[in-house]
Design a protein around this ligand. Structure first.
Ligand code: GDP
Length: 298
């Protein structure tokens, strides 16, 4: 058997191995372990997770001769094991409408993700209503309307600067009256004033509960995977202002550092409902832990 000629992610551990070269085995010593830790940290896995994953890989192998392939497989196995429990599609409720509150910082891909989700639900035969709850950003509302058109889904809006909670209440009434399957509510993503955001989200939740005490059924936090470890901070912050039930990770097409997903899964265990893999309407995929682990280890 020959090693892969690419000396990508793990190549640095073993040096470049030309195509067709015999399998190189080296003793897994402290130096190799440290290099492995560094590689995982560089891949955005976060220090704690990187150290634990490295330790797990070294267990039973320390002091023995190992090949790149063996380390790669062990790493992929560790990553898949961490990721499997969080790979869960958005749970669907028999409730009409199922209310999905969408939160996240501006630029994370909230609008785009709502559009993509709306399109998927439509394709599955569900009726969807979107509420453009970021009433402070006219551009965000316009963007959402464009996505609504693409997805063939009505987008409810309110005048700029008006109360998002009152829009959410009206949207609930309309979605209930129409017997819509899903109501997706966009929200503002300004973190500059956490207190304001917290109050705004709390008010939205309070008013929609007047219409359905179980709403929102899901609170999706949209995170940009390219922001690396910052994504961990965003989870911390949003969990303080909202009852986050699951994640959508965007822009995984644009990063070689998807390791942050491992750190997130390891730290919070929140379900990853979907991943964004591009800017087009169909670029939302279910999260596949095996595929992810294989891609991460290269
Ligand atoms: P919002 O401010 O959170 O609503 O963010 P937007 O939905 O407007 O997205 C911000 C930018 O990220 C836009 O240029 C989107 O096209 C882009 N974007 C969103 N999701 C993805 C993704 O999965 N992959 C890529 N490459 N770009 C994305």
């Amino acid at each position: 058997p020959t090693e892969t000629p690419r000396s990508g992610f793990l190549g640095r551990l073993f040096g470049r191995e030309p195509a067709g070269a015999p399998v190189v085995r080296r003793v897994l010593d402290d130096e190799m372990l440290e290099s492995l830790e560094e590689l995982l940290i560089a891949a955005d896995m976060g220090v704690d997770t990187a150290l634990r994953v490295s330790a797990n890989i070294a267990e039973g192998r320390f002091g023995k001769r190992v090949s790149t392939q063996e380390i790669k497989q062990a790493l992929a196995g560790e990553v898949a094991r961490i990721m499997e429990p969080v790979a869960r599609p958005l749970p669907l409720y028999p409730k009409k409408p199922q209310v999905v509150l969408v939160v996240g910082v501006n630029g994370s891909g909230k609008t785009t993700t709502i559009g993509k989700l709306a399109s998927q639900f439509r394709a599955a035969g569900k009726s969807v209503v979107i509420a453009a709850g970021d009433t402070f950003r006219a551009a965000a509302v316009e963007q959402l309307q464009v996505w609504g058109q693409r997805a063939g889904v009505p987008v409810l809006t309110a005048p700029e600067g008006s109360d998002p909670a009152s829009l959410a209440f009206d949207a609930m009434s309309k979605a209930q009256a129409e017997g819509a399957d899903l109501l997706m509510i966009d929200t503002a993503g300004r973190l500059q004033n956490r207190q304001d955001l917290m109050e705004e989200l709390a008010k939205i939740v309070r008013v929609i509960r007047k219409k359905d005490p179980d709403a929102p059924h899901n609170t999706l936090l949209v995170l940009d995977a390219t922001t690396g470890q910052n994504a961990l901070n965003q989870v911390e912050i949003f969990r303080q202002v909202a009852d986050v039930s699951g994640l959508v990770m965007t822009k995984l097409d644009g990063t070689a550092k998807g390791g942050v997903l491992v750190a997130l899964a390891d730290r919070f265990g929140l379900p990853i409902h979907a991943i964004g893999v591009g800017e087009q309407i169909d670029d939302l995929a279910p999260f596949d832990p095996e595929e992810f682990a294989a891609a991460l280890t290269g």
